[in-house]
Design a binder for this molecule. Sequence first.
Ligand SMILES: C[S@@+](CC[C@H](N)C(=O)[O-])C[C@H]1O[C@@H](n2cnc3c(N)ncnc32)[C@H](O)[C@@H]1O
Length: 284
Amino acid sequence: MMNDLGTGRIICKRRKELGLTQNQLAQNLNISFQAVSKWENGTAYPDIEMLPKLASALNITIDALLGYKNIITDYDKRYDTEEYYWGLMPNHICYDILKILPPIRPYRILDIGCGEGKDAVFFAKCGYSVTAFDISEQGIEKAKKLAGYNKVDVNFFKANLLDYRPDTNYDIIFSSGAFHLIPPPERKELCESLKAHTTVTGINVLNVFVQKPFIAPAPDSTKEEEKGHPWYSGELFGYYHDWLLHTCKEEIFNCNSGNVPHKHCMDTLIAQKTEGNSNPAYSF
Ligand SMILES: C[S@@+](CC[C@H](N)C(=O)[O-])C[C@H]1O[C@@H](n2cnc3c(N)ncnc32)[C@H](O)[C@@H]1O
C-alpha cells in the first residue's frame, strides 16, 4: 500500500520526529544541507545509492522511506492510525517487574510482541535497557515514534516470535498478549529457549489468553487470533515447574478493545531462574 506522503515529505516528517535540523541530517549523510532541502521541497530525489544510508539515518525501512506500507497482518491494520490501539498506559504486570527486579542497574529486558511499544517505552523510562520486537511493521514504526516522543532509546525491530530465538541473555523476558499465537507443538521449545537465555536470578514474565467454555471469543478477534491456538488453564505454569514461581494467576477481565465490551481469561506467570540444580531427587 502506498502512503499518501511523497518521499520528500516523509524525509521532512521523520527528520523532525527525530529532532534533527536539515544541517544535522546532511552532516550525518556527508552531503550539503541544500541537498536535504531540495529533497524535502520535492525539487530533487535522493540517489538510489543514498537510500540505505538515508533510511538508516532516519531509522525507518527503505520501503517506508519510499512511501510503501507493508500491511500484512490484521494488527498492521489496527495500528495504521494516529491513535495507539492499546492506549499508552503500561500493562499492570510491568509494575510487578519493578518490584521484583527494580532497575538499580540497567537490567536487560526483551519484550516479545511489543505492539506499539507502550510497555517497552515504559521500561526504558524506568531505566531498563530494552530490546523489543513485533511482527507488525506499523506497530514497530509507532513504537519507535513513542520512544522518540519520550526521549528514550529502545532497540525495536520487526521479527516473528515463531522464528526468532534470543542470541544473548536477558535479565527479564516479558511478553503480554502475544503467546496465544504459538501453536502447541512449538511452546515447549520456545519456553526452553527463553529460559536458557535468562540470566540466573532473572525473571520471565508472560501472560497467555486461556480458553474457557463460558467465555465467547472476542468480537474484535483478528484473523490470526481466530486461527490461534488456545492455551489450557495452567499450561504455561507447567513449562516453568523447575523455576521459582512468584505469580501463577488466572483472571477474567473486561476488555473494551475495538470499542466492543467483552471478556477475556488470562493466565499470568512471573517465574525466576534460581542458582544451580542441587536436588538430585528432582526429575519429571
Ligand atoms: C494483543 S497485542 C499485544 C501488544 C503488546 N504486547 C501490548 O500489550 O500492548 C499482540 C501483539 O502480538 C504481535 N504478534 C502477533 N503474532 C506475532 C508473531 N508471530 N511474532 C511477533 N509478534 C506477533 C501482534 O502484532 C501484536 O502487536
